[in-house]
Design a protein around this ligand. Structure first.
Ligand SMILES: Cc1cc2nc3c(=O)[nH]c(=O)nc-3n(C[C@H](O)[C@H](O)[C@H](O)COP(=O)(O)O)c2cc1C
Length: 259
């Protein structure tokens, strides 16, 4: 395995950080790696906010579904999908006048640009995560930044076409890596198909979930254990309070972008 594959293979999410801060050179390397990520049309449709103010960190730890470790992250980056900068640039270039000349109606950023900007921001974030990992710095994505959109918008002064798509905590692991195993993934056969999508059968779900079922509920027959695990995730994640808030907040993001 080459060194890059080895970094990818051995990465795991780190939520417990040593107080030892990152050096300026390490921070710079992480941000630089993010900015070297592929980007649609080479437009870099994202903004990275370095969250340094402890009060902001404390507020985010609460607003992102009460995850106190966010406040303790030595380095915290918000990746925002950003079409505002590009749109402002178009305006600066007075494209509206050219549109009039050509008989075209000018338009604001729309849903297509929103999805593309989200792709850009997330790809940049993952480059940052891998770069950090290669330097022995752990990380954790915070998906709950999708909640409480209005609060985050006001807190971080985000203009209309900038949406917070992910937050990433970085820090040196407080506990030696060898003490924790990697989190297993579904087997490849349930995730990778050739040429067309494949919907799974009951038997395939049983097979897919077998390792988790045997690990978590060893005394139950396989099918019962698989069903119980599905019920647990459904109630903990899918119909939980945080998912209700996430949907409400994302609808606000969409409304805001579509105005
Ligand atoms: C989009 C996304 C959102 C996530 N949000 C959170 C989060 O809010 N809090 C958290 O502790 N972990 C979060 N994680 C980390 C996942 O829980 C973690 O990646 C998963 O359990 C697999 O573990 P591993 O990364 O160690 O392989 C998130 C990961 C992703 C990709």
């Amino acid at each position: 395995m080459n060194p890059t594959l080895s970094v990818i293979e051995n990465r795991r999410t780190v939520r417990n950080y040593s107080a030892n801060p990152l050096t300026e050179a390490e921070k710079e390397a992480i941000v630089h790696a993010a900015m070297r990520a592929p980007t649609a049309g080479n437009l870099m449709l994202y903004t990275i906010l370095e969250i340094e103010d402890q009060t902001l960190k404390d507020q985010l730890a609460v607003s992102c579904d009460h995850q106190p470790f966010i406040a303790k992250a030595p380095y915290l980056l918000l990746f925002a999908a950003d079409y505002q900068r590009q749109y402002d640039y178009y305006k600066y270039c007075n494209v509206e006048a050219l549109c009039q000349e050509r008989g075209i109606s000018p338009r604001p950023p729309q849903e297509g640009e929103m999805f593309l900007a989200c792709c850009d921001a997330l790809i940049a974030a993952q480059n940052a995560v891998i770069a950090a990992e290669s330097m022995g710095i752990g990380s954790c994505y915070i998906g709950d930044i999708l909640e409480n959109y209005e609060f985050h918008r006001d807190l971080l002064k985000l203009p209309p076409y900038v949406l917070p798509i992910t937050l990433v905590c970085f820090g040196r692991p407080a506990v030696e890596k060898t003490e924790k195993r990697l989190v297993p993934r579904y087997d490849r056969q349930f995730v990778v198909y050739k040429d067309a999508y494949h919907s799974l059968s009951g038997a395939e779900f049983n097979e897919m979930m077998r390792p988790a079922a045997e690990h978590n509920l060893p005394d139950l027959p396989l099918q019962d254990a698989v069903k119980t695990l599905g019920e647990r995730v459904y109630f903990r994640k899918f119909v939980s309070d945080f998912s209700t808030e996430m949907t409400r907040s994302c609808r606000e993001i969409l409304k805001n972008w579509q105005q």
